[in-house]
Ligand binder design. Structure first.
Ligand code: SAJ
Length: 444
């Protein structure tokens, strides 16, 4: 694309040439951030025949990939080895090689800061790094979940600090990631991809690029609609989970089996989607993403009351579960001081090892502060940090269960033997409807 720099060809001609390279899989794709989002995407483009430059700030990840080792659950190492052998993938931890990329896709984290405000430092860092190698003719796409306006208000100015101008020299689009780690049914190619470009050409090129690896591309008018779509998806879950939690609390008072009531409601074949109560909402999406939306709304003088209320309810569930434990242990004639409590499942949801924002961590902390002797069993989480301590998962044995005053089922991994727990634990608090009705089972 140096031709553009010399004014030898018009920008439009450059974009047409880029379109040709994309449609013939001759384009070079740069992926910034090789985590659970970026690595599957890099593997998909490499498998499709593109030349992929994967960039990550973590040299261990880069070295592992260049050894043909995958560290992401959904990307088998065989795929990495194959891509390396075909010279379709190279992993780097310096930004210079991305100058060769025709398209650069940014897949870096967007966490929240201490008081739930957006932390765009990774996005800003990525944009500043790209600006050092940005050249005429490149397409930059942001995938990180963020509030409407980020692409236009944050990314573009940082890219233009290079001295290049959007539209004339480079193009920009937003396309939210929809990777669901461990999902056996949905992966990059069969999950529809929403794409919003800053301008028609950017939208078309970004759609054409993703269209080479994804079965369905959903075009929207601008990055704002694409940024908002993702937040709608996850806020929808946060709010409905909170509703299920609040209904569970009132159902207990009414003597209603909430799990049975929700299952019955779910028999309606239209106009209903079941959500279930639980010990709280963990993970790096659902508890976090809605705050990007509510923060932006507050910046504009508005409040999204559903998000604030849902946060309050979901955030309060660990304490509600601990109150159930206190009541149950109390009714068994024991004090929480010195009570032996066994937590079952510390990951934020079943069949994964991720404990980020897991409600189990809050429950563990609350019980420890009550003076209970707390241990845990989670086949996916061999050890955990608790302050300065490292705590380890204990083996689930009849002896352990018999010595326990109360077992608390927080995450219902299939590998946790509910039958064994039911037989030997004297008391169970069940937050996932994992046990049958039984005198010693207290159900959420
Ligand atoms: N949870 C409930 N009740 C429910 C559903 C979830 O308490 O009815 C809890 C879970 O235990 C967990 C938290 O909420 O602690 C989040 O669960 P999740 O099922 O939403 O799983 P996540 O956080 O892995 O969400 C991801 C999201 N995927 C992306 O952002 C690309 C989300 O949009 C997906 O819908 C979700 O996976 C999924 O369906 O698996």
């Amino acid at each position: 694309m140096e031709l553009v720099a010399n004014g030898m060809i018009t920008a439009q001609a450059a974009w047409e040439a880029l379109g040709e390279r994309v449609r013939s899989a001759q384009a070079t794709v740069g992926i910034m951030g090789l985590g659970y989002v970026g690595l599957p995407l890099a593997a998909a483009f490499a498998q499709r025949g593109f030349s992929v430059i994967g960039y990550d700030v973590n040299p261990q990840k880069v070295q592992a990939l260049n050894r043909g080792e995958s560290y992401v659950l959904d990307v088998p190492s065989e795929k990495i080895v194959h891509a390396l052998e075909e010279e379709r993938l190279s992993a780097v931890d310096e930004i210079a090689p991305l100058r060769e990329a025709d398209a650069i896709i940014v897949c870096v984290p967007t966490p929240c800061k201490r008081f739930r405000e957006p932390d765009l430092s990774f996005v800003e860092g990525a944009a500043q790094a790209i600006a050092t190698v940005l050249r005429p003719g490149q397409l930059v796409i942001l995938e990180s979940t963020t509030y409407p306006g980020t692409t236009e208000e944050v990314l573009v100015p940082l890219l233009e600090a290079s001295g290049l101008r959007i539209h004339q020299d480079f193009l920009v689009a937003f396309s939210p990631e929809r990777i669901d780690p461990g999902n056996p049914h949905y992966h990059v190619s069969n999950t529809p991809k929403v794409v919003g470009g800053l301008g028609e050409t950017a939208g078309e090129l970004a759609a054409a690029l993703y269209g080479m690896v994804v079965e369905q591309v959903v075009r929207v008018d601008s990055p704002r609609e694409a940024e908002m779509a993702k937040l709608i998806e996850n806020t929808f879950r946060q709010v409905n989970i909170a509703l299920a939690n609040e209904l569970a609390i009132i159902a207990r008072k009414m003597g209603v089996n909430i799990w049975q009531a929700i299952a019955a409601a779910a028999s309606k074949p239209f106009g209903f989607m079941p959500f279930y109560p639980g010990p709280g909402v963990g993970g790096h999406c659902i508890p976090i993403d809605p705050h990007y939306l509510s923060w932006k709304a507050r910046e504009m003088g508005s409040e999204i009351s559903f998000i604030e209320l849902a946060e309050r309810i979901n955030h309060g569930m660990p304490e509600y579960v601990v109150r159930l434990v206190i009541d149950a242990v109390n009714r068994a004639g024991k004090s929480m001081l010195g009570a032996r409590i066994l937590l079952l499942g510390m990951a934020y949801k079943r069949e994964i090892d991720d404990v980020r924002e897991s409600p189990a961590l809050a429950i563990y902390d609350l019980l420890r502060r009550l003076g209970a002797e707390v241990s845990y069993h989670d086949p996916y989480v061999p050890q955990l940090r608790y302050g300065e301590e490292t705590i380890h998962s204990t083996a689930l044995t009849p002896d352990l269960l018999q010595q326990t005053d109360c077992a608390v089922l927080i995450t219902d991994h299939r590998a946790i033997d509910a039958g064994l727990v039911l037989e030997y634990a004297p008391l169970i608090v069940d937050t996932r409807n994992a046990f049958p009705a039984h005198p010693k089972v207290v159900r959420l």
